[in-house]
Design a binder for this molecule. Structure first.
Ligand code: PLP
Length: 430
């Protein structure tokens, strides 16, 4: 049986946008090599994971060295040097007073832990989250996910969750314009707390750039207003940096664009360049909320993943990957924004660094009807031209450009060439 048949017969799969018919056997930097020998420029990074590039030699070497020494001991039963060292490193690179980390395996696990410690610290029970958000696929994380399509089939969810309107400027929930809206979506959090909760809010959780919702970029003053309102109520601010962290947006963490220090920050995806690992980091005061026996993860803080993560964080600094992400992101967005003025199906081009979304619509000048089919067609045409992009967003109409942060200027031009050609063809056939 070939790989596709094995998947069909033996794996549970449910990708929304369908599988890419590419059997990946090798990868290096930004390039995937398929079973048939064809090479692809990867602009999705295993969903925003391999930020330092596929198989970065320093990350791989650190993991190989650790494999020979210790694969597993359970970080929460015995002292494991790599776990301790990584937690110190996370404290060094995280904003503000964030200092103590809990290490887990996945983004969802980090979010679950963050919600739990927020509740235990504040002795409160409710959560405020955002519409269009995505925080994972466990019952707890789906409870705070603001997207019906992701939630279906897993009810009942946790009670005590209220949703504030997302900062989705292109489809403003208040039908306002960014230049004159006074960031109404952030101010709305006050009423959400006042009218939709029982006054028992432990935390407000948000993605500093909203990934699965369609690469939504909150206005510059959004988090200052939001965190201010939430803290005035006595609740905490949790930044979900699972997708936006580790250089993806042009800064090490996306919340740094907003000048706000979260009380809790969640990390995963880009933390170890592809090795499974996650963390949430809190202030020492909040960390004290966990008492012995409260929280544990058998595989969390695996030594091999921790060694890879430390090498990965070193590479980020040595190779100035956040700066390259900012430069290449600007290059791509400048070009695509120019192209947008000539192509009726391009509704919006947005993002920061190499976290870019191109929202496709039926006709940008007439209405903003989402064009999910167009996004799928662009993905197929790009793949046929050797470039792999993602498709997502609440309406399935956003082309996602999230390559490894080692993307070169030439590769960035190629991505634009391929996407512009694909979007022109789609616009002609629309
Ligand atoms: N939070 C955000 C912002 C995400 O984008 C994701 C995954 O896409 C998650 C949490 C869940 O991470 P994981 O799939 O590792 O559980």
């Amino acid at each position: 049986m070939d790989t596709k048949q094995l998947y069909e017969q033996y794996m549970i799969t449910s990708m929304v946008a369908g599988f890419e018919p590419v059997v990946v056997t090798r990868a290096a930097k930004c390039t995937f090599t398929a079973e048939d020998g064809k090479e692809y420029l990867d602009c999705f990074s295993g969903i925003a994971v391999t930020n330092a590039g596929h198989g970065h030699p320093k990350v791989v070497a650190a993991a190989k060295k650790q494999l020979d020494e210790l694969v597993h001991c359970c970080t929460y039963v015995y002292y494991s040097p790599r776990a301790g060292e990584l937690c110190k490193m996370l404290a060094d690179i995280s904003p503000g007073k964030l200092q103590k980390s809990f290490l887990g395996n996945s983004g969802a696990e980090a979010i679950e832990g963050a919600m739990r410690i927020a509740k235990q610290h504040t002795k409160r029970k409710e959560m405020v989250a955002l519409t269009h958000s995505f925080h994972g696929r466990t019952v707890g994380t789906l409870s705070i996910t603001g997207n019906k399509a992701r939630k279906k089939g897993s009810c009942p969810y946790l009670s005590g969750v209220a949703f504030a309107p997302a900062p989705y400027c292109y489809r403003c929930p208040f039908k306002l314009k960014p230049e004159s809206c006074n960031t109404a979506c952030a101010h709305a959090i006050e009423d959400v707390i006042r009218f939709q909760t029982a006054g028992d809010v432990a935390a407000f959780i948000a993605e500093p750039l909203m990934g699965e919702g369609g690469i939504l970029v909150p206005p510059d003053d959004y988090f200052k207003i939001a965190a201010g309102l939430v803290r005035a109520d006595g609740a905490l601010f949790i930044a979900d940096e699972v997708q936006s962290g580790f250089g993806r947006t042009g800064k090490l963490f996306a919340i740094e664009h907003y000048g706000v220090e979260p009380d809790i920050m969640c990390m995963a995806k880009g933390i170890a360049d592809g090795f499974p690992l996650s963390a949430f980091i809190v202030t020492p005061e909040i960390a004290n909320a966990f008492t012995p026996g409260d929280h544990l993860s058998t595989f969390g803080g695996n030594p091999v993943s921790c060694a890879a993560a430390m090498a990965n964080i070193g590479v980020m600094a040595d190779e100035k990957l956040p700066a390259n992400s900012a430069a290449r992101g600007k290059q791509i967005m400048d070009r695509l924004k120019k192209f947008q003025t000539t192509c009726k199906v391009v509704g919006d081009v947005r993002g920061k660094g190499l976290m870019i979304g191109v929202e496709l619509v039926k006709d940008a000048a007439k209405d903003k009807a989402p064009a999910a089919d167009a996004a799928k067609k662009v993905r197929v045409a790009a793949r046929e031209a050797g470039v792999l992009v993602g498709v997502g967003g609440t309406f399935g109409n956003v082309v996602r450009v999230q390559p490894p942060l080692v993307l070169t200027a030439e590769q960035a031009e190629r991505v634009c060439d391929v996407l512009e050609k694909a979007m022109t063809a789609v616009a002609k056939s629309a």
